[in-house]
Ligand binder design. Sequence first.
Ligand code: BUP
Length: 462
Amino acid sequence: SDGTRPHVVFVPTAGMGHFHPFFRFIAALSTHDAVDISIVTVLPTVSAAEADHLAALFADFPAVRRIDLHLLPIDAAEFPAGADTFLLRWEALRRSAHLLGPLLAAATPRATAVVTDIVLASHVIPIARELRVQCHVLFISCATMLSLCAYFPVYLENFSGDVGDVDIPGVGRVARSSLPQPLLDPEHLFTRQFVANGGEICKADGVVLNTFDALEPDTLAALRNGTLIPNFPPVFAVGPFKSLTTTTTGEKKSPSPPLAWLDEQSPRSVVYVAFGNRTAVTPDQLSEIAAGLESSGCNFLWVLKTTVVDRDDDADPNIVLGEDFLSRVRGRGHVTKGWVEQEEILSHPAVALFISHCGWNSVVEAAERGVPVLAWPRAGDQRLDAMVVERSGLGVWMEKWSWNGEEGLVSGEEIGRKVREVMDDSVVRATAAKVGEEAAKAVAVGGSSYRSMQEFLVKLKA
Ligand code: BUP
């Protein structure tokens, strides 16, 4: 060590699924008063939720510095119509990444480490190297997805023809149908980014993950012992990240309507249904979900989402689901839209089951609390996350349930039956509770995640 105090510059990208782990890790790191922290803030932000959360973070952690990066415009005409908003944002960021060099070089105090989102890894790692600054990747998904990301370039090199099932050494087989589907097309923008980042991640100084050893034991072992890629960088599994609501200093708000409603329900009686930030559900599938929740006979709290970007969401549940449905389930079903405090919901004693799209943050939030998950993944890394749900005993993965109209809707009857079955399954309840206990052990003093965090801090000072 040259004796300087580490100054860590974080480079998050876009999407709440990316922001959340960054903010939580930043909050955790900022409790160590021997570290200076800056955040590269990309302007303009994509969603209202992102803008709000950024503002709250800077308000809650006044010592955290802000480094603004103004995104260069990209020409939308260059991309297929209807391309994913977030994917385009990542591409725009990648094309503006060279602006980071001068920003990092000018940082005061001198930057000693960068922690980048995986989406920018192939650009940021070389920049950091040139500036002789450590570069770590905060990988926002599970270790299983990290193993795919690191291995996929190797897989492609040794393979010609169509992408098939991928056998990841030490991890296991990922079925073709479980891969992020753009990977089936080598020319897809997502694939090009994924392969570039996966190839470069091996040159990072470390990879930080919001997972814990007991949740993905085999995969973490394969990453760490060289089975997967020889000389892979150190992997710091430091999760579950602590929720921000427990570290912020803001005054206590009165409970939001969903929480107030949960307060009225009996313990372990409610199915919480939420498909994350980016999963808009088609009207037909919405009706089947409604029918399923109704026929399950269970209480439910359902976060309705009909658009991809929150600013566009002005749907009225009365119109979307029909007043008849809402009056039939009045009392036992609560339908809400917009942002909910998911972690507080998952912590509520009334919640017994989480029907989830399996965004990784959601999975870890459920794991931490031992809440069983009925996994209904859709896109991206979500099927790999669902594999973790199933392997770890956190819940049940409905592998046949797709979101893809071509493969047909999942019927209300089937949804209702499955919900009832999992709600009554005492084995799932017990194994999920065990995962929750392991999560608590991991972050307690001396636990695996606690020790990984210590190792990361030592590395920052090296
Ligand atoms: Br929506 C919503 N409240 O209303 P994931 C999300 N969240 O607290 P993503 C809320 O956002 P992808 C809401 O607790 C989690 O921390 C939730 O991240 C929180 O999925 C985060 O679960 C959502 O990783 O999709 O971002 O929706 O899988 O595409 O990253």
